[in-house]
Design a protein around this ligand. Structure first.
Ligand SMILES: [Zn+2]
Length: 69
């Protein structure tokens, strides 16, 4: 199984996960804050300009401990 890279939209954590190809775009839980508000990072070389407004979601359900790890 290939390794995919994900980023948490909630706490900004970046992590890798070993997943099946058909499951690469299925939402995965962030190991840092346990939020499922994550997205797959696409490995791109160089920088691309992002057009359009970027919406910031503040629906972080981060309750309890404040330590990661
Ligand atoms: Zn997170």
């Amino acid at each position: 199984m290939p390794v995919y890279e994900y980023r948490c939209n909630c706490c900004g954590n970046r992590f890798e996960a070993l997943r099946k190809l058909e499951e690469r775009d299925v939402p995965i839980e962030c190991p840092g804050c346990k939020s499922s508000n994550t997205r797959r990072e696409v490995s791109t070389f160089g920088t691309t300009k992002s057009s359009g407004a970027s919406k910031l979601s503040s629906s972080c359900s981060n309750t309890g401990s404040s330590k990661f790890g």
